[in-house]
Design a binder for this molecule. Sequence first.
Ligand SMILES: [Zn+2]
Ligand SMILES: [Zn+2]
Length: 211
Amino acid sequence: MKKRVFFLLCTLGLTAMTFAVHAATEASKMKKTIGIVPVGGQISVSELEFLVQPLRETFSASVSFGSGIPLPAHAYNRERRQYLSNIVLDMLNSRVSAPQGGRVLAVTNEDLYVPDLNFVFGQADASTGIAIISLARLRPEFFGKPPDEPLFHQRAITEAVHEIGHTMGLIEHCPDSKCVMFFSNSLADTDIKGHRFCIKCRRVLGIEQLE
Ligand SMILES: [Zn+2]
Ligand SMILES: [Zn+2]
C-alpha cells in the first residue's frame, strides 16, 4: 500500500486505508459527471442500468456509460480465482481519464483482492477520481442463498455511492452506521446503512439529497 497512497479499500471485516490531504469542497463547485465503465467480459451496460438513476439523484450528476474494458490477464490469480485490484486500477488509470470534476466508476463481476486482504468490495483512487466495485460478493448466490435482485441492486448502489463518495472528498469512513460512508464489517452492515449520506457527509459533498 505504500506505492499508491490514495487508495481506499473497503472490505468486509478488514480495511487498509491511507489518507490523502484532499480539498473536499473543490469538486462540489464543478459540474459533476459520472462515467460507468463495465470491466471484464462477463458484464454489459444493460445489466448496470439500475445504477444510473440513484447515482444521478444522489450526486446531482450526469451519468453515462463508457465502453467496456477487458480485465488485465496478469491481474488474475489462478489460485485465488480473483483479480488483483491494484493492477486493475493501474490499468484503468492508463486507459480512462475522468473529465474535470468528473468521476469514473468501473464495475466488474469478478472478485477482487489486494495483498493481505481476502477480498475487496471496491477501491477508490481519490487522486484520479477513478473507483471500481466488484459485484461478485453482493449477490446472495455467492453465499449459497437464493437470488434476490432487489437486494443485489441495493447493495451495488450502496457500494457505488460509497466508492464515488471517497473520490469526492469523503476520505475517511463515517461513524454514522446509517450513512453510506460507514465502514461495513459485514454485508448486513451494508444492507442496514443503505446508499444515503448523513447530513455531515452531505455538507462535505455540498449536495442536496431528498429523503
Ligand atoms: Zn470505504
Ligand atoms: Zn456520513
